[in-house]
Design a protein around this ligand. Structure first.
Ligand code: ADP
Length: 151
């Protein structure tokens, strides 16, 4: 069974995240969208709210599940028996950052492989940070969110 963990903060989940998971569905038997909790980080949306949104987006996709975890992503993958990490690449700065993290995860996770999907051009400027800024500024973030997701 090929299991991939897609780790992130998803604060909030965007159309960019959705598109990435949809493209990964045919590649894996199971995808765990894993919301990492970092006590140093302050989130705009509660963990419960973020999980609810993602569950709604993938309610018809049986191979996609949502979980929360604390601690190292590599340890979480070992715990759930996942051999792959899924990450998205939007641009060169994502690449620089992700390259280091994936090399570290391979060591800490005993050969854990990171699979990267390059974002579709129409979503490469989408980020949770931008969505949070729009919301904080009182704007409408709907175009950046999965269909039907209301903030
Ligand atoms: P983190 O806090 O770990 O950066 P994010 O929730 O911001 O978590 O992102 C999780 C993953 O989703 C990362 O691999 C990121 O590159 C990817 N991602 C975010 N936005 C997009 C997008 N628009 N297109 C493709 N991948 C994306």
């Amino acid at each position: 069974m090929k299991t991939a963990v897609f780790p992130g903060s998803f604060d909030p989940f965007t159309k960019g995240h959705e598109e990435l998971v949809k493209r990964a569905i045919p590649l894996f038997d199971k995808i765990i969208i894993a919301i990492g909790s970092n006590s140093q980080k302050k989130y705009l949306f509660s963990l419960e709210q973020r999980m609810e949104w993602i569950n709604e987006v993938f309610k018809k996709d049986d191979s996609v599940i949502v979980e929360a975890y604390e601690g190292l992503t590599a340890h979480y993958c070992q715990k759930v028996g996942a051999e792959y990490l899924l990450r998205g690449l939007r641009n060169a700065s994502d690449f620089d950052y992700e390259k280091t993290i994936s090399q570290l995860n391979s060591i800490v996770g005993g050969g854990l492989e990171t699979i990267f999907l390059i974002s579709e051009p129409q979503y490469s400027h989408f980020s949770s940070t931008i969505v949070r800024e729009i919301i904080k500024g009182g704007g409408d973030a709907t175009p950046f969110l999965p269909e039907g997701m209301k903030i």
